[in-house]
Design a protein around this ligand. Structure first.
Ligand code: DOR
Ligand code: ZN
Length: 341
């Protein structure tokens, strides 16, 4: 049987939700990943150090072996003082910038970067990474062009003004993002999800509308998927793993106006292996999954190992999610790799 052994990976972009919902999903990530960057888009969002510390406690109460790396949610009202505090809280590793209205629970996001200019100056000074949901939000902008336009109109000027700020462009989906990230210095990196490596926008409409394939940024055409695969398997340390696993209750997905988010944690590393295998690049998986993210965040690399075996199994139709249920990626379909116990 074919097996691959990797240094234990980390997930550099994860949604865990909170309360009983979170209790249902932590194990799916902790079964494989040592650490994860925890997104702060709760209701209400995690905007302060105190909230982030309380949220972290909730997570470690569920699994003490798993290490959550916390983030603050940037708003128009974030204070410089809150940023200065971060130097005393090493478990809060970054600040997340959602353009207001860009995605799930982003209503409190930034309406105008001018409002957070001093906060960005402080982040640059204290070397705190800015994690970006890179999409413009104007309703008139075509949904498939939002990332590309964000890079031109927001990210590029931002980098010109803050050349020393470390930035992660999260869950990139386009060839333009790959090219832009590649062209800049090592202050700019990007995460790539398994679902954007494996699916294109046709997967939103195979045989009918597929709400469980709807995420933001939305799946793009095949040429972009190919560009992402090339970047992820290139051995360029600017590209690393971030699942963006984002569980929603079935009732919030299978409805007339469904939420964005794909729950991939139950098969995340297995699906990355599948994507890398598609382009005969399994030898590049370990660095992408286990080295480059830690290096970018100036954290030590993990030392434990995991093993994946080539073994076909069937993803369940759903998992418990608090008092409700969540449908995972590939529900009732085959997954070709499996984490060895
Ligand atoms: O698909 C997504 N789901 N994209 C995001 O940016 C947010 C996430 C969520 O929180 O559900
Ligand atoms: Zn996300």
């Amino acid at each position: 049987m074919q097996t691959i052994t990797l240094t234990q990976p980390d997930d550099w972009h994860l949604h865990l939700r909170d309360g009983v919902n979170m209790a249902s999903v932590v194990a799916a990530t902790a079964r494989c990943f040592a650490r994860a960057i925890i997104m702060p888009n709760l209701k209400p969002p995690i905007t302060t150090v105190n909230q982030a510390i309380a949220y972290k406690k909730q997570i470690v109460n569920i699994d003490n072996n798993f290490k959550p790396l916390m983030t603050l949610y940037l708003t128009d009202n974030t204070s410089v003082d809150e940023i200065v505090k971060l130097k005393d809280f090493p478990d809060i590793v970054a600040v997340k910038y959602y353009p207001a209205g860009a995605t799930t629970n982003s209503d409190s996001g930034v309406t105008d970067l001018a409002k957070v200019w001093q906060v960005l100056e402080a982040m640059q000074k204290y070397d705190i990474p800015l994690l970006i949901h890179g999409e413009v939000t104007a309703a008139t902008t075509d949904v498939f062009d939002r990332e590309k336009l964000f890079i031109e109109s927001v990210l590029d000027p931002l980098i010109e003004n803050f050349p020393e700020l470390r930035i992660v462009l999260e869950h990139i989906t386009t060839q333009e993002a790959v090219e832009y990230v590649t062209s800049r210095n090592n202050k700019l990196a990007a995460t790539i999800t398994a679902h954007h490596l494996l699916m294109n926008r046709n997967d939103l409409f195979t045989g009918g509308i597929r709400p469980h394939h709807y995420c933001l940024p939305v799946l793009k055409r095949e040429t972009h998927r190919q560009a992402l695969l090339k970047a992820a398997t290139s051995g360029n340390p600017k590209f690393f793993l971030g699942t963006d696993s984002a569980p929603h209750a079935i009732s919030s997905k299978e409805t007339s106006c469904g939420c964005a988010g794909i729950y991939s944690a139950p098969a995340a590393i297995e699906l990355y292996a599948e994507a890398f295998e598609q382009v005969q690049a399994l030898d590049k998986l370990e660095a992408f999954a286990s080295f480059y993210g830690a290096d970018f965040y100036h954290l030590t690399r993990n030392t434990e190992k995991i093993t994946l075996k080539k073994h076909t199994w069937k993803m369940p139709s759903h998992f418990e999610f608090g008092t409700q249920k969540v449908v995972p990626i590939r529900a009732e379909q085959e997954i070709y790799w499996q984490l060895a116990k």
